[in-house]
Write a protein that binds this ligand. Sequence first.
Ligand code: TXA
Ligand code: MG
Length: 324
Amino acid sequence: MRGAERLAADAAGIARAAELLRAGELVAFPTETVYGLGADARNGQAVARIFEAKSRPRFNPLIVHVASAEAAARLVDLPEAGQRLASAFWPGPLTLVAPRRADAEIAELVSAGLPTLAVRVPEHEVAQALLRRFGGPVAAPSANPSGRVSPTTADHVLEGLGDRIAAVLDGGPCSVGLESTIIGLDTGAGGTATLLRPGGLPVEAIEAALGAGLGVLPPVGGISSPGQLASHYAPSAPLRLAVTSPAAGELWLGFGQSPGADLNLSPSGDLREAAANLFDHLRRLDRMTGGRRGIAVAPIPQTGLGLAINDRLARAAAPRDRPG
Ligand code: TXA
Ligand code: MG
């Protein structure tokens, strides 16, 4: 595979990076926290490539990066505490998790089927320039292969992912060097704010802005595996996996040749297409059954993105699982 382009963080480099994002390619870019591995958040197949490039064995929900708090407010419903944090700390090393708006044009895979979305307005001038030039939301996890530490220079990105991405925008070393602090916002009666991941913005500063203490989740596997903190999407209908001939009355989610399937993750058997369709199709089938009929899922090969697809299907099929 051809290596990644190293783009200078000038007008030409930013224009090229935006063009690659528009074409559904992966572009790593600097933020003040760490380098992100960006894809067009509206393009499910581009988002699927992120998981492929990182060799992530499961679909953790991703942070959506936008240029301004106004753009973020078009994607999620920010309760009052969230609005206060947004005006105090955006742009900056803060990510807010809030209910996703029904009209947000974000691929389902970005939030791994969850009804919430993580949004962030980075401060780094190169990230800002890219987001403005691109003019849309960019989904980005840290730009490292799964299981490795987050990159804080373009060289780190190229060492880990150089043969799997289209380009990296070189903005020099990141000033914060720690991932963003993630706060979950509950729209319920209390409107509580909960620390989901400690990071580059100190908890004390957040509590001072709120004039209240933060709720803290009980540790699950420690902060080295923050993805464990997100709960998992599961349809309300019972799910059976690796089914080649569904039972009478069951809805069938196909993959590859699946004659008579109610929906098909990818008729041609393309795992990237299947990943992009996974959560959307599960939701649609769930709505079709109204919880009254079960859903049978065709076998998915256990290779490449198939590992993450099967991981999520297994969690969705398990009896209601607790976060973690
Ligand atoms: O500083 C950062 O946050 C960097 C830069 C690139 O922005 N990004 C980053 O992304 O660290 P990542 O994917 O490595 O970590 C994002 C975390 C994951 O642990 C994920 O579980 C959590 O955010 N997350 C994303 N969406 C969520 C949601 N809807 N609910 C709960 N947690 C969520
Ligand atoms: Mg990470």
